[in-house]
Design a protein around this ligand. Sequence first.
Ligand code: COI
Length: 356
Amino acid sequence: MPTLQITRTTAPRLRVADPDLGFGQVFTDHILVLDYTQEAGWQNARIEPYGPFTLDPATLVFHYGQAVFEGFKAFRSDSGGIVLFRPADHIARLNASCGRLCIPPLDEALVLNAVKTLVRLDADWVPRTFGCSLYIRPCIIATEAGLGVRPSKTYRFFTIMSPVGAYYREGFRPVRILVSDRYARAVKGGLGAAKTPANYAASLLAEQDAKAAGFTQVLWLDGVERRYVEEVGTMNIFFRLGDELVTAPLEGTILAGITRDSVIRLAHQWGLRVSERRLSVAEILEAHAGGRLQEVFGSGTAAVISPVAELRFAERSLMINQGRVGAWTQRLFETLTGIQYGKIEDPFGWTLPILP
Ligand code: COI
């Protein structure tokens, strides 16, 4: 295993108290960096003091967006121990995203070890409050300078870390969602399954419109027929229809969420009926009219589980469970966060202890 050079900071960064943490506004003391060249591959793994990069204005990532990223978390238990939640799955997904963006893959074991070292070095930054965590953001950018549209010959991988609180201002309170019939996030064959900045850029205008209309986020429909639900904001989405838990299938247009997978595996373990299948707006309206649309929630690393109170389709507004958090939503939230914060046993091996 290549060595990891560590240069410790001499100028510790300003801290923010846990109750004042937002999402991704403060960053820890150190950053992990690797560089790629065609001759040497991924090399020069190093941890350095957090700080800006200097890049040529012609750097390819600025012009054509060749980049991928990930997001996962470190949690502190009541006894002070620190775990990472499903880090290997996130690093594997980073490599899957690399494949779609023509970026050379990384050695997953090397990245995991280097991230563990980074978190241990900045361990004191892992918040001590339930609901807060250390968000870990690996990212890869194309670094060659030039304006020809082609894959870069050089890349930089880096990981920054941010102590975070709730992603949405509402926290675990149910949010209002506007169904977007105007914009599309992704189509089959596009980038939808990759965690790449372009997907988030594509979402901004729809989200801005939704916010202006008093909603928290957008529900994305499929980009071709505009009939089937795909994602909500930056999250996967689940619907409880009677005794069935339904979520969109992984057919190339949505992200294979790690929290989505955790929800599905928990629901299976509890003996619930889970379907990864297409779900149309018509079926949702019909289920609501028949009293079978019982719960709706988003799932993602940042917000974990985000209950939905209201879905607005054009002129029709559906209240879900009278705007209250449903029983399955509550149980999933409590179980997932319980596992993450070490309050309940982890039968799946999702948590990786890195400090006792
Ligand atoms: C997540 O739910 O973890 C996300 O993808 C949001 C992130 C882009 C801030």
